[in-house]
Design a protein around this ligand. Sequence first.
Ligand code: PLP
Length: 393
Amino acid sequence: MGKYDFIDRALEGLREQGLYNTIRTIESSVGAWVIVDGKRVLNMCSNNYLGFANDERLCRAAKDAIDRYGVGPGAVRSIAGTMTLHLELERKIAHFKGAEAALSVQSGLNTNLATIPLLMGAEDVIFTDELNHASIIDGCRLTKAKRVIFPHRDVHGLRALLEENRAVAKKLIITDGVFSMDGDLAPLPEIVEAAEEHGAMVMVDDAHGEGVVGSHGRGIVDHFGLHGRVDVEAGTMSKAFGVVGGYVAGSAKIVEYLRQQARPFLFSSAATPPDVAACIAAIDILEETDEPVRRLWENATFFKTEMRLLGFDTGKSETPITPVMLGEAKTAWAFSKRLFEEEVFATAIAFPTVPRGKARIRVMLSAAHSQKDLGFALEKFAKVGKELGVIGA
Ligand SMILES: *Cc1c(COP(=O)(O)O)cnc(C)c1O
């Protein structure tokens, strides 16, 4: 008996179920084309919606920040790690989101770990959409609050559960803004209405919404015109903004409380100067122009329309997230592998990330893609789709 036998068994189990993930390695910056495992391929699977991950304006801002502030913040924010850059980023996020205040933390995952346990205690109830992101689930696990899972996007079901728990004083409804695997939107106006009737708080995780929906990519609250009616927006700087980091935007009171008590803020060091400066540059660009957001949507609309004409099922997406539904995990893996041989990098996603029988390739469109790139991708999808019998010859 070795002390790591349990790990061997777990890894063996993953291999047997076909769930062992061989992670590909990128050897270039993340643009429309990337070098992966030594091969130049068209990138159709990163969250770099606006092409900011290697944008020269963001790179320049990061380099200037290193010259002025160095590479590290030196401490947690509350002791000696808050720089003028962090405060500038917070002001800019709040303005961009149309919120009273904002707090920057290290990642989107940390945003949920920071916020949910602070708002909810043992006497309270959290209502959470069944398809919410893992970081929301983990944030809920850090509380002693009762968790009530409502059926995906089902406000009727949510209302019934709110009714059942009407005796509970403090309630919080949490939902993803854009669901990352299907690209569908939360019915936020109806959720807010139900929350207002029941005196519940609302928190939305806008990770796949900001930079994508709303005017200039201001996110889902802006998209639905719900400013001031959503208590907390959690977000990330690692997707459309192209960098890394997370933030909470919302009422000044909640942000003040987080600044005093949130554990990822108090016990984990601040985001680095170059990261923060690049995030500021990304917001500055979007304040000034919505051109990258429009380009993203033009690319997404074109690609989805052409894929449907080819006979592919692209699911129920309302955003540039484009699931190409393939059914069995085996088909999805084979499809992805063949695409890679044809110089298209698009990852298969299967159980447990999505339900069994709903395996897919999730195509992520970007403003960085040219018309020529999309034509190339469509040609390869058509070729492999016919080869594997997914679409008619
Ligand atoms: C990606 C994602 C996160 C995590 O963001 P990171 O900044 O990468 O930690 C959190 N919530 C949702 C809904 C996401 O899609």
